[in-house]
Design a protein around this ligand. Structure first.
Ligand SMILES: *[C@@H]1O[C@H](CO)[C@@H](O)[C@H](O)[C@H]1NC(C)=O
Ligand SMILES: *[C@@H]1O[C@H](CO)[C@@H](O)[C@H](O)[C@H]1NC(C)=O
Length: 341
């Protein structure tokens, strides 16, 4: 009896930790769907969305100040990469596809990349740990994945020649769902980065340094496929996605990737207890994983094998602060939430 009581107390305590009360809404109500989120240090948090909105916190997400980038009020800024509270790059998907940079906390913005080609659609950016090497991925142009790179912290960008990038197949494309379907993993020892990205739509694949791998994730429709990848270490990665037109469907919405560096083998498995629906973003918070989407938020404590639903509230993007104890989520109607452990 005593043992059972102790067990019950432990269960209640862990339910509380996972419970909805841990999720605090910090800001909400603005007419913007937030999909860009960057937490460069303990104090600075940047979010971006459509209708030209940029939100910035300088006090670790206690409060946000908002602006609509002058002249870009109609742009959909689906991703942001910030280096501190002053310096950030924001990416607008299309018409025209562009990247703006600020070095004064959002007071002024410089256009550092623009492509007006028809069909051009940017999906996500990522920067390596050195904050100099960065990449932006876009939907295929001329049947090849669009990639542009920077080596100076985003001041200058160079589009790669289509012949140098992977070929897209079967109307394969990319989702601009949370700015997290591309990851640059910098290896200082060899001064090179590994590039990982996931495609979606009619076909959904993982690319490692532009080499494609078929993955067991739902695909075949324009609304299906992989939306996000996180690479916790050199042994594996976690991919999430699903079908955003049926966002409670749990079939093939998550893939666990294992790398074997010696044999160069890459293997895939689907978790026994996947997230509870379509997920647009997966992020690492210490050793814990979080995934979120329009049908809710899940946590996993075992590398993505088992996922527990913590809320059905809709969020597009999640990121953890550097210490892994604070997670920030952002989503529809300018909503920003904080999850503390
Ligand atoms: C909110 O933004 C959308 C465009 O994204 C616009 O059509 C709509 O009129 C806006 N609503 C309000 C209340 O301003
Ligand atoms: C969503 O998925 C469920 C489970 O497979 C299925 O029963 C349902 O018909 C689907 N709904 C739509 C709108 O496709």
């Amino acid at each position: 009896m005593y043992r059972q009581l102790v067990y019950l107390v432990i269960l209640l305590v862990s339910a509380r930790v996972y419970g909805q009360q841990a999720l605090t809404i910090i800001d909400s109500g603005r007419n913007t769907s937030l999909r860009g989120l960057s937490i460069p240090d303990d104090n600075a948090v940047w979010v971006t969305g459509n209708n030209g909105y940029v939100g910035r916190s300088v006090n670790g997400a206690k409060s946000f100040e908002w602006l609509q980038v002058p002249g870009y009020e109609r742009q959909d800024f689906r991703d942001v990469e910030a280096f501190d509270s002053n310096t950030a790059l924001i990416m607008a998907v299309a018409e025209p596809a562009l990247i703006l940079k600020t070095s004064d906390g959002g007071k002024s913005w410089k256009r550092v990349f623009e492509d007006t080609a028809t069909g051009m659609f940017l999906d996500a950016m990522d920067f390596a740990e050195d904050r100099q090497h960065g990449i932006v991925i876009g939907d295929p142009m001329q049947q090849h994945v669009f990639l542009a790179v920077t080596e100076d912290g985003g001041d200058h960008w160079k589009a790669l020649d289509p012949s140098a990038t992977a070929e897209a197949v079967d109307s394969e494309a990319f989702f601009a769902a949370s700015g997290t379907n591309v990851r640059l993993i910098w290896d200082p020892a060899v001064e090179m980065a590994d590039l990982l990205y996931v495609s979606g739509g009619k076909r959904s694949r993982l690319f490692i340094n532009n080499e494609p791998f078929d993955i067991p994730i739902i695909q075949g429709k324009s609304t299906t496929g992989a939306n996000s990848i996180v690479v916790p270490d050199s042994t594996g990665a976690i991919i999430v996605g699903g079908d955003f037109s049926n966002d409670t469907l749990r079939t093939n919405n998550c893939v666990l990737v294992k790398f074997d560096y010696t044999t160069k083998e890459v293997t895939f498995e689907t978790p026994p207890e996947p997230p509870h629906g379509y997920r647009s973003c997966v992020a690492l918070a210490g050793k814990r994983l979080i995934s979120c989407g329009t049908s809710g938020v899940d946590l996993s404590d075992d590398g993505g094998q088992h996922w527990q639903l913590i809320t059905r509230q809709s969020f597009h993007v999640a990121r953890a602060a550097r210490d892994g104890k604070k997670i920030i989520l952002a989503g529809p109607r300018g909503t920003i939430a904080l999850l503390l452990f």
